[in-house]
Write a protein of this length. Structure first.
Length: 459
């Protein structure tokens, strides 16, 4: 299976790639399939069921909103976050939904989107079923989708088993493990970023790859700017105060003072991560990197590189993202980036590892040092639970991104002080993460029924 760098970095809206981006993509796909099969005009009703963590935290994570927008024809990479709330209000008030924006059907959100809070399907916790019926009640189409993390969506085949349609495009340097990736670097003398770039050429030109990655970077920058510009309280009922704007003002003021704080860079990194994840929690536009819940880590470390590393520039940005994506592929292939499957170690842990590798690459690390940085990044996030308070991507998610961003920088710099030799390989750390996730109780995997989610409510 060939995975592109653009599979690991997708533009979408918050607050969750599994719960917002995935369901929106699934709903859009279902509506589009109705049109392709000539069934759109016959459709009188669409009924949706959300299972597992989607059902348990569907409102807090914006899954219901995402389903409505997707059925109306919105796609996560292009939807305007500003249309989300008005669209929901319109559908709720008129009890009418416009499939693909053109075919009106009766739709009552609270009745036609059912949240199964304690029921899950076998294949994956994040499951959704869509059923379209005609006016006489005849079933026109029924399909099950699985949101498996990072905005990736699988659907059922006619036989009822999850269908994975791999991209069989041949790439120049195929790899599914860290050892295979390092073998390519040794055989060619190329850094990890160049291995990934040569693979990308199977789909698009180098100019297109560069342009696409610099666009991803521009969305990350825009997200940070937006996060630094907004005060107030985040939506959802927890009344979490936005801190990035105030911290930004303080840092700007401090930069004009004569004295220099030796830890000032750390505070800027914290700001970048807070800004992104506050925007994510507010339903703004972010880049899944590799998920929305961990969307602040790669942008924060990239901003650190651009602001504090001498000689930083567009070439380095491209190399950073290519390297980070190569590491993300290893997690996607050999474990999971879904909090519902393996806990937050699969989201924040994977992102920390990706960011550490990207930074080590642009700081001049050898492939072995880059792999070591990635291993340090995940090793020290092993066992991290996903226990969002109130089912919202706010507590502990926002601060967790800031802490992991600093951890990624530490991992990269630590690896560069060595020669790349280390006892635990990245492949073994990823295998351990997968096994740890399998052993983790379900209540610690995105259901908001354990850990902080339970104890904060009790307090």
């Amino acid at each position: 299976m060939s995975i592109s760098v653009f599979d690991m970095f997708k533009v979408g809206i918050g607050p969750s790639s599994s719960h917002t981006v995935g369901p929106m993509r699934a709903a859009h796909s279902f509506a589009y399939a109705l049109e392709q099969d000539g069934l759109l005009g016959e459709t009188s009703r669409v009924h949706v069921e959300l299972f597992g963590s989607l059902g348990a935290t569907g409102h807090g994570h914006g899954s219901v909103k995402a389903v409505v927008l997707g059925l109306e024809g919105e796609a996560p990479e292009v939807v305007d976050p500003a249309v989300a709330a008005p669209a929901m209000e319109r559908v709720r008030a008129t009890r009418t939904l416009r499939l693909l924006g053109k075919h009106p059907i009766g739709f009552q959100i609270d009745d036609d989107v059912v949240l199964h809070r304690a029921k899950r399907l076998d294949f994956h916790s994040n499951a959704m079923t869509f059923e379209a019926t005609a006016e006489n009640g005849r079933c026109l189409a029924r399909r099950t989708y699985y949101s498996v993390g990072g905005g990736f969506v699988l659907d059922d085949s006619e036989a009822g088993s999850p269908r994975i349609v791999p991209d069989s495009t041949p790439v120049r340097h195929p790899f599914t493990t860290g050892d295979e990736l390092l073998a390519h670097t040794r055989a060619t003398g190329l850094p990890i970023s160049s291995i990934m770039m040569e693979n990308e050429l199977a789909w698009r030109s180098e100019d297109d790859v560069r342009a696409g990655l610099l666009h991803i970077w521009s969305v990350m920058q825009e997200c940070v700017r937006n996060g630094c510009a907004h005060d107030g309280v985040l939506p959802g009922g927890l009344k979490v105060r936005r801190r990035a704007a105030d911290l930004h003002r303080k840092l700007l003021a401090a930069d004009t003072e004569a004295e220099t704080d030796s830890l000032r860079a750390m505070e800027w990194v914290t700001l970048y991560a807070l800004a992104v994840n506050e925007e994510n929690a507010a339903g703004g536009r972010v880049v899944t990197a590799p998920t929305n819940g961990a969307a602040g880590i790669v942008p924060a470390v990239l901003h650190y590189y651009e602001r504090f590393v001498r000689g930083a520039g567009p070439d380095g940005i491209v190399r950073f993202l290519l390297t980070a994506a190569a590491i993300g592929v290893l997690f996607k292939e050999n474990a999971s980036i879904s909090g519902a499957e393996v806990g937050c170690q699969g989201e924040v842990g994977s992102a920390c590892s990706m960011a550490a590798a990207g930074l080590a690459e642009v700081l001049g690390g050898t492939p072995e040092q880059v792999e070591n940085a990635a291993e340090i990044g995940i090793e020290h996030n092993l066992g991290l639970t996903c226990d969002p308070v109130g089912g919202l991507v706010q507590i502990p998610c926002i601060e967790r991104n800031a802490v992991a961003s600093l951890k990624a920088i530490t991992a990269a710099r630590m690896a560069l002080h060595g020669d790349g030799t280390h006892h635990v390989s990245l492949d073994k750390a990823i295998k351990t993460m997968r096994e740890t996730g399998a052993d983790m109780k379900d209540k610690y995997k995105e259901t908001a029924r354990g850990g902080l989610a339970l104890n904060v409510v009790e307090c």
